[in-house]
Design a protein around this ligand. Structure first.
Ligand SMILES: [Zn+2]
Length: 64
């Protein structure tokens, strides 16, 4: 899968980019529970280090 950075225009294979997964934890009744909503994957450009979101990261992984 090819990705293109919207900031500097760097184009490369998806394996060349870095990824950050947003994690949010809630404390409920003194227990930490994971948030249930879908999380976005932040793609980090290896050239300019800017992060950007894929429009629909889940569709690609599910092959729909
Ligand atoms: Zn870039």
């Amino acid at each position: 899968m090819k990705l293109k950075c919207p900031y500097c225009g760097f184009e490369g294979d998806s394996s060349e980019f870095n990824y950050l997964y947003e994690t949010t934890l809630y404390v409920v009744n003194s227990k930490i529970e994971r948030e249930e909503r879908e999380r976005s994957i932040l793609v980090v450009c290896p050239k300019c280090r800017q992060g950007f979101l894929l429009e629909d990261p889940y569709r690609k992984f599910h092959g729909e």
